[in-house]
Design a binder for this molecule. Structure first.
Ligand code: IDP
Ligand code: MG
Length: 143
């Protein structure tokens, strides 16, 4: 069973989309095993987005993700990482298909509503970045 980390970004929380986003992922049959609201500080944001440190948009990205509260969650299921990425749609909402989270809710490439882990390896690191082991739960998902 794979785990994946998602973040509802500030634009998602501010527009009251957290429940809808979590519902969409639950409706895929994925199991919600951890959830938490936080406001990321720069250290956490820079660590989370470290792979983008040299990109021209890095400062804007860190400013944005630290600007307002976010909701972090962990979903578990078979192929959770790739199924969640598919449900999110392309990074740029202008290019994501309707019916995807970013296609339906994303405002622009920065305010694209959701982050999701991009590989099982990344997911392992990202889950540990946002959650202690005792805050990740184990239970049986019915249906
Ligand atoms: P992803 O979120 O689809 O995995 P990444 O390439 O990992 O996309 O980029 C991380 C985040 O950085 C994106 O979700 C987006 O908000 C932002 N970003 C990516 N590329 C650009 C860009 O060219 N300009 C501004 N922001 C960008
Ligand atoms: Mg990424």
């Amino acid at each position: 069973m794979e785990k994946s980390l998602i973040l509802v970004k500030p634009d998602g929380v501010e527009r009251g989309l957290t429940g809808s986003i979590i519902s969409r992922l639950e409706d895929l049959g994925l199991k919600l095993v951890a959830v938490r609201m936080l406001q990321a500080d720069r250290e956490l944001a820079e660590h989370h987005y470290a792979v983008h440190r040299d990109k021209p948009f890095f400062v804007d990205l860190v400013n944005y993700i630290t600007s307002s509260p976010i909701v972090a969650a962990v979903f578990e299921g078979e192929d959770a990482v790739s199924r969640i990425r598919k449900a999110c749609g392309a990074t740029d909402p202008a290019k994501s298909e309707k019916g995807t989270i970013r296609g339906d809710f994303g405002l622009d490439i920065g305010r694209n509503t959701i982050h999701a882990s991009d590989s099982p390896e990344t997911a392992g690191v990202e889950v540990e970045t946002f959650f202690n082991a005792e805050n990740i739960f184990s239970y049986t998902r019915l249906t």
